[in-house]
Ligand binder design. Structure first.
Ligand code: UD1
Length: 418
């Protein structure tokens, strides 16, 4: 297993292009199972998670072809089985997204309980609540969730928490249901709007995506389409922090500035200069950062997927800050790794109190999850000496060519065999 080595680097400078969004492409790939004709998805990020989803789709009967220029063609004239393979589903939580499309098209699905990043229990009860409301009978036995129905019938579903995955899975299941489905307290993330846009291009009738009430009127069948996925706002935020922490000057291209508003606001509070363009951001920092508090919330609040990167930034800010995590109950694994690098962080329940210090020290650390891995890279850029990051499998799940993108900005980062 290789490791990533990061050496203290100067201010990062230059421009970097953001890839298509991982969290948009994964549900869109699953949604392609609903289509009886060919779907071409453009700007698909070259990531491990995308490969896993491709394998899941193939196992169900889809033809998945990588085209030149980063597009993916998915064609599923017929779904061959309702059972998703254990080895793949347990690797990645997002593979549970196939349950909604399987129920919609086959009225039957058998899926192992999902796996993925170890950031809390992450149940799927809200997904199942939605499926049950549509008339699906759910049984959980021997580690599998099985859903069966004679037909799916639209209903009103109130989500106790605006879960991203549950909103997406229920939306997909409802596209071919009889009548109208309304999802109340739906998640409002841009990736949900992207999925709804894709489904509508296939012929679905979805209104209100991006608000807390989504109305889906069932249709008979879905055809094919061509769709470009939105840029990855979490990758964007990560490069924004890279500019901020190193005192750099980076132009980040292929960005929807509206999707990243809370991060722009928080970094400005820290003293970072951000210029917003139509589809780019220029982020400039002196490296002198003011400590500010942050609380993660569902969109349009501050994204939990940028909590650890922001905390990494706060470890070297002037003063103390409080980072509150409200979306996941156990998302502070990066704290012990940052502590190895000399960071001063104290956990108090769902909050971390960070006391900014002058400099971090390079150390051997472990990427405990995807975003934690990115955080350790960011910390490594300003730490004295070398930082060795192990367990980098997680980083490859979600960041396209992170070493070469950072190297092009002047970072000293490379991969080494252990
Ligand atoms: C998605 C993102 C992930 C991001 C998260 C929150 C993808 C592939 N992943 O994950 O990167 O961190 O949104 O923005 O898009 N919950 C329940 N019951 C459920 C479902 C969720 O209790 O049935 C809880 C979870 O345990 C968690 C919270 O709701 O505490 C948020 O989860 P959710 O919004 O569903 O996140 P994911 O869709 O898993």
């Amino acid at each position: 297993m290789p490791k990533i080595v990061v050496e203290k680097s100067g201010p990062l400078k230059g421009s970097v292009r953001i890839s298509g969004a991982k969290n948009a492409v994964l549900p869109i790939m699953a949604a392609a199972l609903l289509a009886e004709e060919k779907c071409i998805i453009e700007d698909v990020p070259d990531l491990k998670d995308v490969n896993v989803m491709s394998a899941v789709l193939r196992s169900l009967g889809s033809e998945v072809t990588k085209l030149e220029n980063g597009s993916l063609e998915i064609y599923t004239p017929e779904i061959k089985t309702a059972e998703a393979p254990y080895e793949l589903i347990t690797k990645m939580r997002a593979s549970f997204f196939v349950m909604g499309p399987l129920l919609a098209r086959l009225k039957n699905a058998k899926i192992p309980l999902p796996g993925g990043c170890a950031i809390g229990a992450r149940p799927v009860d809200l997904h199942l609540k939605g499926f049950k409301s549509l008339g699906v009978e759910i049984n959980i036995e021997h580690g599998y969730i099985e859903g069966k129905a004679d037909k799916l019938v639209g209903n009103t579903i109130y989500l106790d928490f605006p879960s991203v995955g549950a909103t997406e899975n229920i939306m997909m299941a409802a596209t071919l249901a009889e009548g109208v489905t309304i999802i109340e307290n739906a998640a409002e993330e841009p990736e949900i709007t992207d999925l709804a846009n894709f489904l509508n291009k296939l012929g679905a009738n979805i209104k209100g995506a991006g608000t807390d009430t989504i109305k889906i009127t069932g249709v008979e069948r879905l055809g094919g389409t061509r769709h470009q996925v939105i840029p990855d706002r979490i990758e964007t935020g990560t490069y924004m922090v890279a500019a901020a922490i190193t005192g750099g000057d980076i132009t980040i291209e292929n960005v929807v500035p509206n999707h990243i508003k809370p991060v722009i606001a928080k970094l400005r509070e820290c003293g970072v200069d951000i210029e917003e363009m139509d589809d780019a951001l220029r982020v400039r920092s002196t490296g002198e950062l003011k400590a500010v508090d942050v609380t993660t919330l569902p969109y349009p609040g501050f994204p939990t997927d940028l909590q650890s990167q922001f905390m990494g930034l706060m470890t070297v800010a002037n003063g103390s800050s409080v980072v509150n995590e409200t979306v996941f109950e156990n998302r502070f694994m990066h704290v012990s790794e940052l502590t190895r690098m000399g960071a001063k962080i104290r956990i108090e329940g769902h909050s971390a109190v960070v006391e900014g210090i002058k400099r971090l020290e390079g150390a051997k650390v472990s990427a405990t999850d995807l975003r934690a891995g990115a955080t350790l890279i960011l910390a490594g850029l300003v730490a004295e000496g070398k930082t060795e990051i192990h367990n980098i499998y997680h980083i490859d799940r979600g960041y396209v060519e992170i070493e070469s993108k950072l190297t092009s900005l002047g970072a000293r980062i490379y991969r080494e065999e252990d």
